[in-house]
Design a protein around this ligand. Structure first.
Ligand code: NAP
Length: 309
């Protein structure tokens, strides 16, 4: 099942996120995922595992497990590379061993001090606050992203972690409209206005952190996991599914692409088994009521400032 982007390319509605996947586990996880049916992989320069993902993909192609043209590969421009878009994209392509990307995203709407080719450090000043590169506007970054399309290095370009104002602005200055806005959204952070705004204007929404980050974000950010929610647990029982499957199916039924991450083989399978049932309209309404407006992934923890304030 796929969503057609505003440029006609198709994006599989379920992808596998590879953030916090250990390099040594990647080959096994990716091979297993491909065998289950995953065709969409969500990467980023900042995840520091593009080389391992690339090695696994090369082996999968070599063994005839899957063809390049059957996959949808996303990666992301890091904050410190806004002034070096073409160089950064070529670096990711080289690490991934690919000739083109299906989707390249501006990871965050902030340009920070350049830390050197191929590096993705979050440079902090002596005050512990992120160092910003004031010479590059988001519009400049976007026009360089557009150049990647005309160079044939990427098929689609998009944004990530953009709010309504920034998305609106991007639509105004874009010659190539963003195909995707990848944002945190899950039952505890539904962001209905942003989702509706993007969809109305032809920008597909990809839900990152579609399980609310579960135990990983509870550990890292102290967040409350929607997988523990009593209403969602009740629905899981009713549909004979797991809470994770309810959260993912809900994401799909609101026309968002979901990219859950798991380093567990059985969970890769569980997270992919969400196309064989449908949540009723009434239960979709019920899930609306569990929203806590609660972001679970807060980069302020590392950057000394809250980008979303
Ligand atoms: N654009 C951005 O700024 C941004 C930010 C964050 C994430 N992302 C993307 O979104 C992807 C997903 O986000 P995420 O990994 O932070 O959060 P997530 O997918 O919502 O949750 C991952 C957590 O859920 C656990 N999990 C996975 N399947 C489960 C299941 N069926 N039952 C119970 N627990 C389960 C995982 O543990 P195990 O691994 O142990 O199974 C891990 O702790 C990332 O990999 C990345 O590609 C993008």
């Amino acid at each position: 099942m796929a969503i057609t982007l505003n440029n006609g390319f198709k994006m599989p509605i379920i992808g596998l996120g590879v953030w916090r996947m250990e390099g040594k586990d990647i080959k096994n996880l990716l091979f297993h995922a491909i065998k289950i049916g995953y065709r969409h992989f969500d990467c980023a320069a900042d995840y520091k595992n593009e080389v391992e993902v690339g090695d696994a993909l090369a082996e999968a192609f070599h063994e005839g497990l899957v063809k390049r043209e059957d996959l949808f590969i996303t990666t992301k421009l890091w904050n410190s590379d806004h002034g070096h878009v073409i160089e950064a994209c070529k670096d990711s392509l080289k690490k991934l061993g690919l000739e083109y990307l299906d989707l390249y995203l501006v990871h965050f709407p902030v340009a920070t001090r350049h830390t050197g080719a191929g590096t993705t450090d979050s440079a902090l000043g002596e005050d512990g606050v992120l160092d910003i590169d004031t010479t590059v506007s988001l519009e400049t970054t976007w026009h360089a992203m557009e150049d990647l399309v005309s160079m044939g290095l990427v098929r689609s370009i998009g944004i990530s972690n953009y709010d309504i104002y920034l998305t609106r602005d991007c639509l105004a200055y874009a010659k190539v409209k963003p195909a995707v806005n990848q944002i945190e959204t899950h039952p505890y952070f539904q962001r209905d206005s942003l989702v509706k705004f993007c969809q109305k204007h032809g920008v597909c929404v990809t839900a990152h952190t579609p399980l609310g980050g579960a135990a990983a974000n509870t550990d890292l950010f102290g967040s409350v996991s929607c997988l523990e929610d009593s209403v969602l647990k009740g629905l899981a029982k009713k549909y004979n599914k797991t809470v994770a499957q309810i959260a993912l199916r809900w994401g799909i039924q609101r026309n968002t692409v979901v990219i859950p991450k798991s380093s567990k083989l059985d969970r890769l399978e569980e997270n992919f088994q969400v196309l064989d049932f449908k949540i009723t309209k009434e239960d979709m309404e019920l899930i609306k009521s569990v929203d806590r407006g609660c972001r679970t992934n807060q980069p302020a923890k590392f950057w000394g400032i809250d980008l979303y304030a």
